[in-house]
Design a protein around this ligand. Structure first.
Ligand SMILES: [Zn+2]
Length: 349
């Protein structure tokens, strides 16, 4: 058992920023900063319904998930060429490396782009090339997860998966995102069964705004290995027990929950309670360009609001590393780095 050092509150942000971590809930289109949106709009001759960067940023005052999605899809409209997908992904990975992210499993939404006439190969090649270059330049491990838009039909999702099959070696899994309420997981049973047959890893958003029944549905009907968000699980004691017993990871996104009004205040966020209850929760950024912070900002602000300490930080980082789809050997190597980081902090006390 690793001994976690006592770290003074004033030094906790340093530790949170320095510790190696994985980010498993990041939508690459949600990493598009307003400056890059305008640069790509100019490069591609796309008209935006916002006068300038400030006007776009000012529109980032959301009331719920849908109000965010409307702006998110407008932002993604500037992505047309392979180079655009490459630049977006490199910008995110450069930022992730600064946050000491050693592994990123990145969602991308092909339907957001294919419906605008962008070819699947253009999207995937741009993303893959960036993951490869970032690994070569900075050592970060990055993989892709193809996500279906749940407000569209299952037929559309199946067609999307089939269109991506020529690039099967360039993504490791499938996910499910976009508007949750009214689109239960059961709607996508067949496409997830097909993905499983293909040997893809399975995750889904569930229990962000939707009820615990959606988390049950993701586990039972879709057979997912991780739940994205899952913060509504707390309303169902049997579900909480099931998640603990099965060791299902929950990729929680505190600043996203705050900005989309899932919680009123970070001090009331239920992540500390879920961690204490034995759930494999961790901290992620979701759509960092839109929600006011990358993964370290999420850690630092959540810890400042809730009073969690170094032992919580260790467990959250460790959960993130052990919930990756990397090999057990690779996970163990990252956990060693985590232990070394905490030992450095202990020696300085
Ligand atoms: Zn998400």
């Amino acid at each position: 058992m690793h001994t976690v050092p006592v770290v003074e509150t004033s030094r906790l942000p340093l530790l949170l920023r320095a510790m190696p971590k994985a980010e498993l809930h990041i939508h690459i289109e949600g990493s598009l900063e307003p400056e890059l949106i305008f640069a790509l709009a100019e490069r591609n001759g796309v008209d935006l319904p916002y006068a300038d960067v400030e006007a776009l940023r000012a529109a980032y005052a959301f009331t719920d998930l849908q109000s965010f999605l409307d702006i998110y899809y407008a932002g993604a409209s500037v992505l047309l060429q392979e180079e655009d997908f490459y630049d977006m992904t490199m910008a995110y990975l450069r930022r992730a490396v600064q946050d000491n992210v050693v592994r990123a499993e990145i969602f991308f939404d092909p339907q957001t782009h294919t419906e605008r006439g962008v070819a699947m190969g253009t999207i995937i090649h741009g993303l893959t090339r960036a993951c490869r270059d970032a690994h070569a330049q900075w050592g970060i491990s990055a993989e892709l997860i193809l996500s279906f838009l749940r407000h569209l039909s299952e037929e559309d999702a199946i067609a999307t998966l089939e269109a991506a099959l020529p690039f099967r070696d360039q993504f490791i899994g499938v996910g499910l995102d976009s508007s949750e309420l009214g689109h239960p997981p059961e709607k996508f049973t067949r496409v997830f069964a097909r993905a499983k047959q293909l040997g893809l890893r399975l995750v889904a958003h569930a229990g962000e705004e939707g009820p615990p029944a959606y988390v049950w549905g993701a586990l039972n009907a879709l057979a997912v290995e991780r739940i994205d968000h899952g913060v509504q699980s707390e309303k169902d004691a049997a579900l909480m027990q099931h998640l603990v017993e099965r060791g299902i990871p929950l990729t929680v996104c505190p600043l996203s929950n705050l900005k989309l009004c899932v919680v009123d205040d970070l001090t009331q966020h239920n992540l500390p309670r879920m961690l204490d209850a034995g759930l494999k929760v961790m901290v992620n950024s979701d759509d960092p360009a839109y929600f006011g912070g990358y993964v370290n900002d999420n850690y630092v602000q959540l810890f400042a609001a809730t009073g969690m300490g170094a032992e919580h930080a260790y467990q959250l980082a460790r959960n993130s590393l052990e919930a990756t789809f990397a090999s057990p050997q690779q996970q163990a190597a990252w956990v060693q780095q985590l232990d070394a980081c905490f030992a450095r902090f202990a020696n300085r006390n």
